[in-house]
Design a protein around this ligand. Structure first.
Ligand SMILES: [Cu+2]
Length: 346
């Protein structure tokens, strides 16, 4: 034991004798981020300006309430045609956390891509363009013809493909790129939610989309950050404001790469949940969900009491690396202060 201690002290003392042995880089370097912040580091600089594409801003508040219903035309036989335009790119960057830039691969300049929404029986036509440097595709979950599955027809750089299928079945589905290596294309951000509403609409509710994802910012095949809607800790710092007794419907899609399961835990109340949203009768009443990659659930709930409530991954590692969010439940909608920040209420 004594020999080990002596050895440790001897090696440690080298730091003071020959610091160049220990210090990775002697000369600090400075670079500017896209937000104009000067960063000084002695580590490797992964130049975020090295990408050709522009830096992206992403607003999780906007994303969670934004639904793309497409351009609507009623055909002669009465069928509703919804046309969507989706462009894939892979050259953009996003400041996903302060000072952390990540090369996002995007559908319509966003991670996740737009939430596509149609009603059962609609004809969905997706005009897909690949402006990326790699091949990409669109694979939609749901019932459709094999040639519309987006798996064997890779769309090369500059290519276009038109996907067409009927919105079927009712539910909460997803879409993602299916080009190999699929994990790389998904980990970089090529996915989104796809909702098929029943012809007889669900009960009115305030609706939110939460796409559970992660970010492998050092490319080692493990996630460094976890999130609901891409930005770690976003809804912790910007609580989602709702009302006591307000009916909430959450569309939760798990697309997390690299980790076998993800989960969702709601504080202060319980939800009725509908796996894949395909049934009108809830499968359970719970405050926990465990989901593998590609699983999704529709949750319906409300709050009895006002206050600040967390929802997060019950997997502690995921929540401590960003997948933690909050609802701020108010007594009255008129109390809402859109400027309120998390720091103001704790
Ligand atoms: Cu792809």
């Amino acid at each position: 034991m004594l020999y080990i201690l002596i050895a440790i002290v001897a090696v440690s003392s080298l730091y003071f004798v020959v610091p160049s042995v220990i210090v990775a880089e002697e000369t600090p370097r400075t670079f500017l981020t896209h937000t104009g912040l000067a960063i000084q580091t002695t580590g490797d600089v992964i130049d975020p300006i090295g990408y050709d594409g522009e830096a992206l801003d992403f607003d999780p508040d906007k994303f969670m309430k934004e639904f793309d219903y497409g351009e609507v035309t009623v055909l002669d036989d009465g069928t509703v045609l919804r046309e969507f335009y989706i462009t894939a790119r892979d050259d953009q960057i996003m400041e996903v956390s302060p000072g952390v830039f990540y090369n996002v691969w995007t559908f319509n300049d966003s991670v996740p891509g737009p939430t596509i929404r149609a009603t059962e029986g609609d004809l969905v036509r997706i005009h897909f363009t690949n402006e990326g440097s790699k091949a990409h595709s669109l694979h939609f979950h749901g019932i459709h013809k094999a040639e519309m599955d987006g798996v064997f027809e890779n769309v090369g750089t500059g290519g276009i493909f038109t996907y067409e299928f009927y919105a079927d079945p009712v539910g909460l589905h997803l879409y993602h790129c299916h080009v190999h290596p699929v994990e790389e294309h998904i980990a970089h951000g090529l996915y989104g939610a796809y909702i098929v509403d029943p012809k007889e609409a669900r009960e009115p509710a305030e609706e939110f989309v939460f796409v559970l994802n992660g970010l492998d910012t050092d490319f080692d095949g493990e996630n460094n950050f976890y999130a609901a809607n891409t930005i770690p800790f976003y809804y912790q710092h910007h609580p989602i404001q709702i009302n006591v007794n307000q009916n909430i419907r959450a569309y939760v899609v798990n697309i997390l790469e690299f980790d076998a399961v993800n989960n969702f835990h709601l504080h202060g109340t319980l939800f009725h949940h509908y796996p894949a949203g395909t049934d009108t009768v809830p499968s359970g009443y719970n405050d926990m969900l465990t989901m593998s990659q590609g699983d999704r659930q529709i949750l319906e709930f409300n709050y009895k009491y006002p206050g600040l409530y967390m929802f997060h991954a019950h997997n502690t590692e995921f929540s401590e690396k960003g997948w933690v969010s909050t609802f701020l439940v108010k007594e009255n909608a008129n109390d809402f202060d859109t400027e309120i920040e998390y720091d103001d209420i704790i």
